[in-house]
Design a protein around this ligand. Structure first.
Ligand SMILES: Cc1cc2nc3c(=O)[nH]c(=O)nc-3n(C[C@H](O)[C@H](O)[C@H](O)COP(=O)(O)O)c2cc1C
Length: 381
């Protein structure tokens, strides 16, 4: 199978599976507990049908949106994800380059494997920094300062990861950083020697966002221990309000699901909220963002930019979310499988297909621009 054989999300997933050692594929592909929420995220879009309008003069289609002060040429951006250079040796550089070609935003994770400052210098497209809240308040301030100095456009605080999700596929393979593979996991690495050759012949693995501030002790502080020892489960709304004041710019919370929390985000001065369940990787059994979107838009949609991620695989999923009032959507696996499958050309192909699906979908819906989409375009079954 080659990149040109990939025509949709499932094709990219298949090619990624062929290229990656099993433990790494399953780290991307897996989710928490029984993966019920993971499945529901995409299924939720099937509970709702598009009702097209015709004869609307749809020669020119404008897919651009403005969200959290950023003008994006596409209504979908690349959500921040960890460890991208494990998936392909170009990692974040490939994603940033592709996002920039398509004029959309990309996120750099706190657990990113390329420095946010390097990416900011290299690519002229909106960039957000995904932040975790540490026990050490001084460290939080220093990290935010680094982000400010790097020229980050949007601060994105992840609030659904106060503790790690139970990813049982990773337990079975022994996937962790540093690697502590089970025998079965090791055997799966041995079956993909090309991945190993690329891994050892390219820049050494590192976590620059953390290395700049935390002594990761060579390889001794595992990501698991980073979560349990350094992040602060006692974080409250007051802490975040202070961060929002300190940042003094575009600030969003990633992982808001309840109306109450959405209202509090408005009260403390956030400019965006991302309805997200982390792609089903945290609280299994939690509601899918698309199922919850209307409730949130009705409550706060006129006061804050409401965005959603989790489960998006198709242009029509994006159109449904926009019709319901999302200002933009984020995607994770929709670009991660292509990254793993083929690096930058893979991500570019995914974005090309997504853009074509969006344009086709808009034409067939009779909508010339995103602001013409509205709840009247939808019927729930
Ligand atoms: C492999 C992987 C790593 C991720 N790493 C992070 C991360 O470091 N920080 C974060 O806030 N979200 C992270 N996410 C969640 C994504 O930002 C996003 O919320 C999720 O992927 C959306 O679901 P989708 O994959 O179904 O599109 C990760 C997701 C995946 C699949």
């Amino acid at each position: 199978m080659r990149l040109t054989d990939c025509h949709n999300f499932q094709d990219f997933r298949r090619l990624a599976r062929q290229r990656l050692p099993g433990p790494i594929f399953n780290y991307i592909d897996g989710a928490a507990d029984d993966e019920v929420t993971y499945r529901r995220n995409t299924e939720s879009f099937e509970a709702c049908d598009l009702v097209p309008s015709v004869l609307a003069g749809v020669e020119d289609i404008d897919l651009s949106v403005t969200v959290m002060g950023q003008k994006l040429a596409l209504p979908i951006y690349c959500s921040p994800t960890a460890l991208q250079r494990l998936f392909h040796h170009d990692g974040e550089r490939a994603v940033a380059a592709a996002a920039s070609k398509f004029g959309t935003m990309f996120g750099v994770s706190s657990l990113g494997t390329t420095s946010m400052a390097e990416l900011r210098k290299q690519y002229d497209t909106p960039q957000c920094y995904q932040f975790y809240f540490h026990k050490d308040r001084g460290l939080n301030k220093a990290m935010m300062q680094t982000a400010k100095e790097s020229g980050i456009d949007v601060m994105m605080l992840t609030v659904d990861s106060i503790t790690g999700g139970n990813r049982e596929r990773d337990l079975r393979t022994g996937f962790s950083i540093p690697f502590r593979l089970t025998l079965g996991g090791m055997a799966q690495f041995a079956m993909k020697p090309m991945w190993g050759i690329n891994y050892v012949t390219h820049e050494k693995f590192s976590l620059p966002q953390l290395d700049a501030h935390i002594d990761m002790g060579g390889d001794t502080l595992s990501i698991g221990r980073y979560f349990t020892e350094m992040l602060d489960p006692s974080m409250t709304w007051d802490d975040v309000a202070e961060m929002v004041r300190d940042w003094d710019g575009q600030f969003c919370l990633k992982g808001i699901m309840s109306v109450e929390d959405a209202k509090r985000a408005v009260e403390i001065g956030c400019t965006g909220i991302i309805l997200s369940n982390h792609g089903g990787r945290q609280l299994d059994g939690s509601r899918a963002p698309f199922d919850q979107l209307k409730e949130i838009v009705d409550a706060v949609g006129d006061q804050i930019d409401v965005i959603m991620d989790s489960g998006i695989q198709r242009g029509t999923h994006v159109l449904k979310a926009l019709s319901l009032g999302a200002k933009a959507v984020g995607g994770g696996r929709f670009y991660l499988y292509p990254l793993a499958a083929a690096g930058q050309p893979g991500v570019e192909r995914a974005l090309t297909l997504m853009k074509a699906e969006l344009e086709r979908g808009m034409r067939l819906m009779g909508a010339r621009s995103v602001d013409e989409l509205n709840p009247g375009n939808l019927r729930f079954r």
